[in-house]
Design a binder for this molecule. Sequence first.
Ligand code: FAD
Ligand code: DHB
Length: 390
Amino acid sequence: MRTQVGIVGAGPAGLTLAHLLHVMGIESVILEHRSRDYIEHRVRAGVLEHAIAELLVDAGAGDRLRREGIVHHGIELQFAGERHRIPLSELADGRTIVIYGQTEVVKDLVALRLDAGLPLLFEVSDVSVDALESERPIVRYTHDGEAQVLECDVIAGCDGFHGICRPSIPTTVLREFSREYDFGWLGILAAVAPSNDELVYAHHERGFALLSLRSPELSRLYIQCRPDEDLDGWPDERVWEELQIRLGLDGWTLAEGRVLEKGVTGMRSYVAEPMRHGRLFLAGDAAHIVPPTGAKGLNLALHDVQVLADALGAWYRTGSQALLDAYSTECLRRVWRAEHFSWWMTSMLHRADADGDFGLRLQLSQLRYVTTSHAAATSLAENYVGLERV
Ligand code: FAD
Ligand code: DHB
């Protein structure tokens, strides 16, 4: 089989790339090793930056996003028993965030792809990439029990952090930068109306908590936990009890509901440079990971593929490789800004035992500064909604 762009992975990055290419008349084949049902129900991120929501709408993939996405103009920071609003739109030139689950982004893109009769193969196995430095890179895989070879002009490695594309780049070429955190998030999705109109990021001496949402009937909540936390130790009642303590506030109650999903996410900061080797281009989590506190992971993934689609479009149209050559550098500028912001938000809001009471006092000072200084609040706001230029 032959195609123009071979895409490994049908996460948000791979699916969006395929769609953007299709709009420009460029062919692609997506290979995904999980099932359709699995990728459509994997609960992850929920916050889209202004420009990323616009990207999906402008590409014709945002009809439901426009109808069902919930536009927010601010977030709240809670510490020392008080809540403080950061008016994002006021501070960031009117830009907003849109609450729309990653599961919904994925469902919309899968439906568009399959309705158009375009190739998206699920449950492929034994995926490997080869001949990356040639003009005919190939993807090998097994589908329905048969070994296949896909010949491409370029390969997009959109296969997430544990995929096979990044490890296919020689270690002499790839530089890795990373930081581990000694905590994670325990997240629940609950069938209950969100108890607050805006997201609440809460600093608490027992650890961080976050109140978020997916719809007027669905709440999404997180608490800081150990990275290897055993869910058996967290029956629903205990999760709610801990959320009540960490998010609790005089005169406000957190409404509880049936828990529909529960999971633990470890945290890591990671960047691989460069994001390209020969005809292989890495995008999204395949190239970089951020801790979730800044809500940047999904947004970065979609930004990468926007840059890649533009570069591939220019290459097919004009034969010029200039934008493809600039791809890695162009993406890494935004990646490192998001790495810093995510690390900063994480450090300001989580309890880190190693930092002791000194660290706690620094966090409270920083939180007070961010919620009282116009300059500091503006810095948080413009990073959170997504910087126009980096
Ligand atoms: P992925 O979504 O990981 O997609 C990669 C795809 O490639 C997957 O479908 C995978 O099955 C497939 N794949 C992997 N290996 C192969 C292979 N060998 N062959 C074929 N296919 C393969 N971000 C936030 O902003 N907020 C959050 O709350 C948040 N929570 C998260 C929770 C978890 C558990 C995880 C893992 C991530 C979370 N993130 C969050 C990050 C965000 O979800 C990711 O940044 C986003 O999914 C990146 O999209 P992607 O398409 O690059 O990668
Ligand atoms: C959500 C996840 C995040 O990482 C975040 O910072 C805000 C909201 C969410 O899943 O809703």
